[in-house]
Design a protein around this ligand. Structure first.
Ligand code: S3P
Length: 167
């Protein structure tokens, strides 16, 4: 494989967890785009959102995404990364993309159990309001995610199948 693999999907879809495992079984490097951004800005993503706003975050995210040149890497993107500017087009042209799909209900369960404070888009959302937000945002973002080369139902697909499908 001489192209990077981009994992895309909604917050809570398991991009980081699956990315690490995939990198391991394919003997590739693992890059977490959010982590790269945090290293660059020297603060957490919620802090950056508060101080500089989402627009500046999206510009920086796009710039750091397009700096990724490691052909031997599995890259876990942020949930919004493919949905701004020409990022999805760039992802399609520069690597193999995998969409980790989960239903809004499954995402809701996982996000309720996760650290909501680390995700600025979810601040203050719980229960029904969180589910409604997920349904609306997923509708908005699905046209980008669905352009991915490979679609994976993360809950029902074992990692071995994922590895085999792209080896
Ligand atoms: C975002 C998702 C986050 C992070 C930022 C914005 C989004 O990444 O990039 O908080 O808009 O969906 P994860 O998908 O890794 O949570």
């Amino acid at each position: 494989m001489n192209k990077p693999i981009f994992l895309i999907g909604f917050m809570g879809s398991g991009k980081t967890t699956v990315g690490k495992k995939l990198a391991n079984c394919l003997h590739m490097n693992f890059i977490d785009l959010d982590q790269r951004i945090v290293e660059r800005i020297g603060m957490s993503i919620p802090e950056y959102f508060t101080q500089y706003g989402e627009r500046n975050f999206r510009e920086l995210e796009s710039q750091i995404l397009k700096e990724q040149q490691d052909e031997r890497a599995v890259i876990s993107t942020g949930g919004g990364s493919p949905c701004f500017f020409d990022n999805m087009q760039w992802i399609l042209e520069n690597g193999i993309s995998i969409y980790l799909y989960l239903t809004p209900k499954a995402l809701h369960t996982r996000l309720q159990q996760s650290n909501i404070a680390s995700r600025p888009a979810l601040q203050g959302l719980r229960d029904e309001a969180l589910l409604q937000f997920i349904e609306e945002k997923l509708d908005e973002r699905a046209p980008f995610y669905k352009q991915a080369h490979i679609h994976i139902d993360q809950i029902n697909t074992s990692l071995d199948t994922i590895c085999q499908s792209i080896e």
